[in-house]
Design a protein around this ligand. Structure first.
Ligand code: ADP
Ligand code: ADP
Length: 227
């Protein structure tokens, strides 16, 4: 089965009002295990709307989202939340790290919420931090970290619960080229070793070219290719 299947997604805002906008207008996408898809879209095209729907943070007006073949349309809230927390990893542009907790805790808390023992959660968090070069910042709070360090901690948090699907909005946007490469390599390593599937929104066409394939959002639909 594909990890993610989107079928004819449509989504708009302010229906029936003068300021109505149609953002998604028939989006289809299938992402297989171990596949990394670049999502290229100009600002305002509906990239966040699409990622939020795929990650079960929002619902389409019509169309279906299936994760590992399971249709999410009529799921109850509890099952939906469980899938979002266990199976989907989300990396936001603005991180949304918990400010009062350390980098390490930001990565252990979602695991402990899933019943992982404290020591195991810490070991996994340290291992993830190490793969992206921020293990030496484990005890620091987000405010004490640079934007790039926060971004890497957010990357680790998204992967903490071993999701089957990773959704990311410009995950390397703040990083210098060497660090960006390191994070991207860490991501590809995880994808290849675990069968994770990923949809990664980016404006960086060089980065998009290194993914398995690219799609771009044009007039509310996805078309193949980055440009
Ligand atoms: P992107 O992430 O590509 O910049 P978004 O998905 O955030 O785009 O937004 C796509 C379009 O939908 C924009 O025109 C935006 O103004 C509009 N939009 C997004 N969210 C809302 C909302 N809650 N209400 C009204 N319009 C919205
Ligand atoms: P919690 O586990 O704290 O109850 P949720 O499972 O509701 O949080 O959400 C997980 C993450 O997604 C949180 O970081 C939350 O801030 C973020 N989030 C929830 N809803 C939205 C949304 N509509 N747009 C962007 N981020 C969201």
């Amino acid at each position: 089965d594909p990890i993610l299947t989107l079928r004819d997604l449509r989504k708009g805002y302010n229906h029936g009002k003068p300021n109505e906008v149609r953002v998604l207008n028939g989006v289809d996408l299938t992402v297989q295990p171990g596949e990394v898809v670049a999502l290229v879209a100009p600002s305002g095209a509906g990239k966040s709307t699409l990622l939020h729907i795929a990650g079960l943070l929002d619902t389409p007006d019509t169309g279906t989202v299936a994760i590992r073949g399971e249709d999410m349309t009529d799921l109850g809230d509890r099952r939906r939340t469980a899938i979002r927390r266990n199976d989907v990893g989300f990396i936001y542009q603005f991180h949304h790290l918990l400010p009062e907790f350390s980098a390490l805790e930001n990565i252990t808390l979602p695991q402990m919420a899933n019943g992982v023992a404290d020591a195991d959660a810490k070991a996994r968090a340290m291992q993830l931090l190490d793969t992206v070069g921020v293990a030496h910042r484990a005890s620091h709070r987000p405010a004490e970290l640079s934007g790039g360090e926060q971004q890497r901690v957010a990357f680790c948090r998204a992967l903490a619960n071993d999701p089957v699907l990773l959704l990311a909005d410009e995950p390397t946007g703040n990083l210098d080229p060497a660090t960006s490469d390191r994070v991207f390599d860490a991501l590809m390593g995880l994808v290849r070793s675990t069968g994770l599937a990923a949809v990664i929104a980016t404006h960086n066409l060089d980065l998009a070219a290194r993914m398995d394939r690219a799609v771009r959002l044009v007039d509310g639909r996805l078309v193949a290719g980055a440009a």
